[in-house]
Every structure is written in C-alpha cells, then in structure tokens.
Design a protein around this ligand. Structure first.
Ligand SMILES: Cc1cc2nc3c(=O)[nH]c(=O)nc-3n(C[C@H](O)[C@H](O)[C@H](O)COP(=O)(O)OP(=O)(O)OC[C@H]3O[C@@H](n4cnc5c(N)ncnc54)[C@H](O)[C@@H]3O)c2cc1C
Length: 594
C-alpha cells in the first residue's frame, strides 16, 4: 500500500522522526540506502504525475504555482492605463481579472482575457476629512477612529508600519500579511475571534472602475462621504450609498469591476497577551459546546485558535486578549518558531533537500511519504513546539503575524478551509467527521495532511458571499488544513482536499474562495451554502456593474455568478477529455452512452 514500503521499512520501521534521523546520522549503511531510495521516490512521484500540463506555454502563474493560465498580462502603472483597458475590454468583448498579490490557491484569478497586475508603490494616507459627512467626523472622534485611503497594489505588511507610526492599528489580522488590500478582502480573508468579523469589515468605501470605464464609489447606506461635497470635487464619479450594493462590493471574487482604492477604519495601536494551553480534542470538543459563548472558557477570549493534531488526540489552544500596561511590564515577548522548524533542521531532511535540490519543506514531504508511520508524531510534535507555559505579550501585529509576509516563498504549502455555522454545534460535528475522513485517508490510501487541523472563529459579515455571512448574532467556525508541496503538480493535495470537501459539504460548509476550491463545487453548492437570497442579491449587482459578464471566468460561470445567473459547467467536457486520452474507442463509448 505504501510508497516503496519494503525498502523504506528496511531503513526504518518505527514512528519517531528523531530516531530515524539518529539512525541516518550514525549508521552509514542505512544512510547510503536512504540516499539511493530518495531519488527513486522522487522519480516515482514525477512519473505518477507526468500528465501535468507543463510550464512552457503558461503565462500567468500564482504565487504557489498551482494556478496557471494563458492570458494577456497588463502591468497597470497608472489610473489612465486602467481606465483604457476597461474601455477596451467592452469594445473588444474581452474578459478582465485583476490580481493583488496573486496568492489565492483557487481559480478566482483565472481569465482568458486581460490579467491586470498593479505595478506601483504602495499608497496609504489619511482620508481627506473635507469629503466626509459631519456625523462621521464627530462619531469617529468619539470612538477614536481614523480613516485611511489605501490603493490597490498595497500589501498588508506595507500598511501596518504606516499605521503603527501614527499609533494606529487594524482590529484584527489573518495569519499572513503578504496579501494586497483588495485581494485579501475579495475572498473574505479572516483572522480569529468570535466577536470579530472577517477583515472585509475593515472597508467602509470602495472605489472601482467597471468594464466600459465608468467609475463608482460604493458605500453602505450610512456611508462616510458627504455626497454634495463629493460630487463637487469628483463630478465624473458616481457615489452609491446603499447597503444592498455595498454588500457585494468588498467580497467580490473579482466579479464586479476593478477596485482601485478603498477606505479602511483603524483603532488605536494595542498590545496582545497570548496564552497557550495543551489539551486533548476529546476535552476540547465538550468545552466548545458550552454556552453562552460569552462565558465559554475558550471562546470568551478576543481571539481563540484551536489546533488539533489530526492523527492523535492532542490539541493546542491559543487564547489572546488585549494586554494591559501591567501585562506589558510582566511578561516577555514571544520567541517566534516556525511550525516545522525543528524537523527542517534535522540532517536527514537537509540531506534530502541537497540530494534532490528541492526546498526543505519538499524534502520533509518526501520523507513523510516514505515513512508514513512517523506522520502522527511529526504533526503532534510540530504543535507541541508552539506551546509556551507563560503568557507572552507584544504589539498586536507581531503576535498575530510573527513571520510577516515571509512564509509562502521559502516553504510551499497549499491549504483548504471550510466555514461552518455553529448552530447546534454543527462545527464540532463537522470537525469530528473531517477528523474521521483524515484517518480513513491515512489508513486506506496513505494520504495525509501536515500540521494541525486549525480551527478559527468569526462574527458575521453582511457581505453576501463572505464565508462569514450571516445575521448579526451568528458566529462561524473555520477549519483549515495544509499540505506541504515541493511540486504543485503532484496531485496528492487535490485527492485529500476533494475528499475533505465532500465530508465538509455534509455540514453545509462554505469553502474559502482563496484557498483550494474543489472542482466539485458548483451552482448547487453555492445555493446551499449561501442561500438563494444572497446569491440573487449578488447577481443583481453583477447585472448593474458588469451586464456583459466581462469580469466573469470559468469558475464564476460554473457557479452561476454571471449577469443572467446562467450556469456554464465545462466539467462534462473535461470528463470527455480524460476519457479521450484513453483512445477514440473510449470517447465513442462515452458519446453513445449519452
Ligand atoms: C500564506 C498564506 C496565508 C493565508 N492566511 C490566511 C488567513 O489567515 N486567513 C484567511 O482567511 N485566508 C488566508 N489566506 C488566503 C488569502 O488571504 C486569500 O487567498 C487572498 O485572497 C489572497 O490575496 P491576494 O492579494 O493574493 O489576492 P489575489 O490572489 O491576487 O486575488 C484574489 C481575488 O481578488 C480579486 N482581486 C484582486 N485585486 C482586485 C482588484 N483590484 N479589483 C477587483 N478584484 C480584485 C482577484 O480577481 C481574485 O478574485 C492565506 C493565503 C496564503 C497564501
């Protein structure tokens, strides 16, 4: 069943990666055997996946390398250039997509038309108060809120230092800061905290150019801008202050137009105190069910993250709150440690990386493929390495993001994430079922995830297609899982994530737009997950801003997120293509069976 089972077992038959490493270091004969086995294993993986499309003809490639498509890339250097492309898109009836950091693992960025990339310096500046209405100005003073305008092309890690210099901060952050301010919210990226909505709620005003070159500024009904002052200064921009429109304008999945600037709200800079607790999933799941959440031992904290060891019962809980001045004095700053840091430093991993000229994350992946018995230990140890007994305190962005934007480049992973309603403990039941599926995949197919199944939480968002969408008292739980990759065309991650998606859908999951998005997800999924009302309200806005479907792509057409709500599923043609590979007879058989 396993990968080079017999040869691998001759080298090591236990469950502990440190023991395997010791043998490798001390026993030259064994080390030699492993050095010979590793290139064979590498070659086998390549052969098993040799039908991948190849790189030569592909033009646009996302950060992880798993999304590739032919397109006309336009480097956008000025507003005039953006405006010209949007005019041309309608004249030539050519599709358009914009990207931010191009980090999404899903097909949300795909287009066969123009792909617009921002090429300019970042821009973050305090919003011009002259254009805001009186009520907003006085409320902002009372609540100590300061607004900033941020342009498309500005990454989160570029915004945070500017805010910090002014003693300002975002109310929450996700687990990475490499995303663009528009791209991060187009897919409803979130951090964690049951009272904190996803990050799209940072945005209070959206400026966008739609196909044909009309320009809009979209805000909630009680928006921040004073319409009369705005019209005087910008007569060519249409200001829309309407909740129905705004609720589609931030989490857009790139489908309304190209957003060139947003306004965000900020709060005074703050410190966070972080505690970590070790427990078992068996205990944690009963704690998670305790209501009300405002007194729940875990969920009452500002930020809660539950990391579950997928193949053992261990769980690591992160609990964060605003730090007091006393906390700052009493507790040390954290010592940032990467999840797999300890294993990556092992000579056996370093040597595989050298022998095959692949990154250390890839070397660890290959080792886990050869010695699957060590995976439960590796995953649990990785979690244990993050435990600290005493609380730590630091500025919020250093606690939430100790590695800033660095992670994705030197250590490739692909992730999937599901958002669950927490009603009737649905999220706990869903997590149980997913853990079962993970164990089944391990036992039957030797397929694994690496690291924890990581549970985070959010309050509701009013954006129609946010994974956190719901009425104001609803809360959501998210479960994310990662897989190491050294070559993205190795499709193990797809097989694991597709199976997990199947299980998650039984609990009415919403799949993260910007993480692995299974090809099985279609219009029926969309209607179940978000409800007909949200989907129709969103389509109304597509109809208004992009009646010709210029911003559409294959994924949106498959989901029915088009101006006329029509679904075009190319899946059946892909199925034909697959069969066709096996010869004309197969293809004829398929056709005659129709
Ligand atoms: C290392 C890593 C860590 C992550 N951590 C988290 C996390 O903690 N929490 C979480 O929820 N998610 C997380 N994600 C997911 C990530 O936040 C999303 O995939 C996000 O959308 C990526 O942002 P981006 O700027 O790269 O967007 P892109 O990939 O460039 O684009 C995403 C979408 O935005 C649209 N878009 C971009 N710019 C514009 C524009 N100007 N106008 C209109 N549409 C536009 C694109 O067309 C596309 O549909 C993580 C991803 C990675 C790679």
């Amino acid at each position: 069943m396993g990968f080079f089972d017999d040869e691998a077992r001759e080298i090591y038959d236990g469950k502990d990666i440190h023991e395997l490493n010791d043998i490798f270091v001390k026993n030259e004969k064994i080390a030699e055997k492993l050095r010979k086995l590793v290139p064979k294993a590498h070659q086998k993986v390549i052969n098993e996946n040799k039908d991948h499309d190849g790189d030569e003809e592909e033009v646009a490639i996302n950060k992880a390398g798993n999304i590739r498509f032919k397109t006309d890339i336009e480097d956008i250097k000025s507003f005039q250039q953006l405006s010209d492309v949007m005019k041309k898109s309608v004249q030539e009836n050519k599709n358009v997509k914009a990207v931010g950091s191009f980090a999404a693992f899903s097909e949300v960025t795909e287009t066969n038309g123009f792909l617009l990339q921002p090429v300019k310096n970042s821009y973050v500046a305090k919003t011009d108060l002259q254009l805001l209405n009186e009520e907003t100005i006085s409320q902002a003073k009372k609540d100590d809120i300061v607004y900033y305008d941020v342009k498309w092309g500005t990454k989160i890690f570029e915004i945070l230092p500017v805010l910090k210099k002014d003693n300002r901060a975002f109310f929450n952050l996700g687990g990475w800061t490499g995303q663009d301010i528009v791209g991060i919210n187009a897919t409803s990226t979130h951090g964690s905290g049951i009272t904190l909505p996803p990050l799209c709620s940072l945005i209070v005003s959206v400026s966008m150019v739609v196909p044909g070159d009309k320009i809009y500024k979209v805000e909630p009904t009680k928006g921040i801008t004073d319409p009369s002052k705005f019209i005087q200064k910008f007569p060519n921009i249409t200001l829309i202050q309407d909740d129905k429109t705004f609720n589609a304008a931030v989490v857009t999945i790139g489908s309304l137009g190209v957003t060139y600037e947003v306004t965000v709200w900020t709060i005074p800079l703050y410190n966070i105190i972080e505690r970590r607790e070790e427990n078992t999933w068996t205990n944690v799941k009963s704690i998670l069910k305790q209501k009300p959440y405002s007194t729940n031992p875990y969920l009452k904290f500002r930020n809660t993250e539950i990391w579950i060891s997928p193949y053992t019962d261990y769980a690591l809980i992160t609990l964060r709150d605003l730090a007091t001045n006393e906390d700052v004095k009493n507790y040390p700053k954290p010592e940032a440690k990467e999840l797999f840091q300890e294993f990556i430093a092992l000579p056996v991993v370093q040597e595989i990386s050298k022998v095959l000229s692949i990154n250390v994350g890839g070397a660890l992946y290959l080792l886990l493929l050869l010695f699957p018995a060590i995976i439960p230990f590796v995953n649990e140890e990785a979690l244990r390495s993050q435990y600290h007994k005493d609380p730590v305190v630091d500025s919020y962005e250093l606690i939430y993001n100790p590695f800033g934007p660095g992670f994705v480049n030197d250590f490739k992973v692909i992730s999937v994430e599901f958002s669950f309603s927490m009603k009737d403990d649905n999220h706990v039941l869903a997590t149980e079922a997913i853990l079962e599926t993970l164990k089944e995949l391990r036992h039957k197919h030797d397929l694994h995830i690496h690291g924890p199944a990581s549970m985070r939480f959010s309050a509701a968002s009013s954006q129609y297609l946010s994974m956190g969408n719901g009425s104001s008292d609803e809360t959501r739980a998210y479960l994310e899982m990662i897989i190491l990759v050294y070559d993205v065309w190795i499709d193990h991650y797809k097989r694991v994530f597709d199976s997990l998606t199947e299980t998650a859908l039984k609990y009415n999951a919403r799949c993260h737009w910007g993480q692995y998005f299974s090809p099985k997800l279609d219009h029926k999924y969309l209607m179940n997950a978000y409800g007909a009302q949200n989907v129709h309200s969103f389509i109304e806005q597509i109809m208004k801003f992009d009646p010709n479907g210029i911003m559409s792509n294959s994924l949106l057409r498959k989901l029915g997120l088009t101006p006329d709500g029509k679904v075009t599923d190319f899946g059946i043609w892909e199925t034909f293509g697959e069969k066709f590979k096996n010869g004309l007879n197969e293809f004829t058989k398929v056709l005659t069976n129709l």
